[in-house]
Design a protein around this ligand. Sequence first.
Ligand SMILES: [Zn+2]
Length: 474
Amino acid sequence: MKSAFKILIIWCISYNLANAQKDTKAILESLDSNKDNYAALAQELWMNPELGYLENQSAALIIAELEKEGFVIEKGVAGIPTAFTASFGTGGPVIGILGEYDALPGMSQVAEPEFKARVAGAPGQACGHHLFGIGSMAAAIAIKNWIQSSGKSGTIKFYGTPAEEGGSGKVYMVRAGLFDGLDAVLSWHPGDQNTSNPSTNLATISGKFRFKGNSSHAATAPERGRSALDGVEAMNDMVNMLREHTTESTRIHYVITKGGDAPNIVPAEAEVYYVIRHANRMEVKSVWDRVVKAAEGAALGTETQMAYEIIGGTYDRLPNETLARLMHKNMLLVGGVDYNDKDLNFAKDIQKTLSNPKPIASAAIIQPIEFTYGKASADTGDVSWNVPLAAIRAATWVPGTPPHSWQAVAAGGTDIGKKAMMVAAKTLALSAIEIYKKPETLIKVREEFNERRGPDFTYTALLGDREPALDYRK
Ligand SMILES: [Zn+2]
C-alpha cells in the first residue's frame, strides 16, 4: 500500500514535470515559428524611427498586430495619442508587459560596422526600443495563446509606453491609474549582456530654462542689448561650480538648445535643457532647486528674464529580487544569443571601434545574478514603486557596446538584435506563465515589494501635475 502511494506521488511529480516541459517547449516553439515575422516588424520600426510622443506609425503597427490577436485595445490613454493598453483574459493573476518604441534624435546609422548615417540628421534606434516594443509584443501574444489553450484564469496586459527617452511617458500612465490592480510587471531592455539583476538606477528631473533679453546690433548698439545667451552661459557657469558641492552619484547634464541666430545680433532668446540625476529622488529634488537658483541668479546678473518648464521626472527603480530570480531561472532555460559566422564577423568589426569591448562569447551566456547600481534612468522606475517589477536585459548589442551609440543602432538593424529580442520574448513569456501556474509565488513578491517600499509610501510624480510634454521633441 505504502509503495503504491509512493509510486503515485512519483507519477504525479513526473506527470507535472512532463507537463511543465511540454508547456515550455510549446511556448518556445510557437515563438520560434513566428520569429521571422517579428524580426520583420522590428526592422520596420528600425527603418522608420520616430521620436518621443510622435511614434504614430510605430504604435499603430503594434496595435494592429495585437488587435489581430484578439486583444482589447485602449488607444490614446493618459492623454497621450501614442500610448495604449492591450488586454486579454479574465481574472487574476494580472500581469503587465511593457513595450517601448521611441527613437533618439540625430542617431541615424546604417546596419554596418562603420559610423555612417542612413539618413543624415534623422533619428535612430540607439536604445533598441524597436526591439523592446516588438519583443514584448511577441511575449504578450505567446502568453495570450497559452491562457487561451490552458483555460487558466489570468489576464495579460500589454502597455504601449511612448517617449521613454526624456518624455517620462510611463509616469503619466502611472498617474492615470493604468497600473492599478496589477500583480506584477515583467519587462526587459536591450543591452550588451544577458542579465536579470534586481538593480536600482537613478531618479531624474529634467527641464528647459528659457531666457529672454533684448536684441540689438552687437557692434553699433551693444549697450542697448541684453543677451539671453549670457543668461544661459552664466547659469551654466554657476551650475558647473555647483557640481563640486554635490553628493556622490549626482549627475548633471545640459545642452544649449537655442543660443541665438547670428553673432552680430544680441540674442533675445536662449534655452538650455538640463537633466539632473541621483540615486535618491529627494536629492534630485534638492539639486534641482539649487539649479533653479543658479538660473534665477543668472537672470538677475544679466538683466534677462528666465522661466523654466519641468519636462520629465522619473523615480529610481525599486528592485524585486523574487521576480528577478524567477526571470533569471527562465532566462537560463532559454539561453543566450546564438551567433552565426556573419554575426561573428560583424561583432569583430564593431569591437574594433569600441573602447571597452567585452568577450563576444558573453552574448551566448546568461550572467549570474548580481545586485547592481545602475547609472541610467528610466520611467519604469515609477511603475516599479506602484507594482512589483522585474526587467531583464538581453544582448541585442555586441558585448561592450554602450547604449545611445551608433554601434547600438547598427546592431539593432542586424540579426543579432532580432535574435536577442527573441531571448527576451521567450523569457518574458515563460516567466508570466510560471506565475499563472503558481500564483502563490506572488505572495512572496508582494511581501518583498511592501518591505522595500516601506509602510508610509504615497506616490507623487516628480514632474508634478503637468500635462504630458507632447511637443518636447518638436
Ligand atoms: Zn532605453
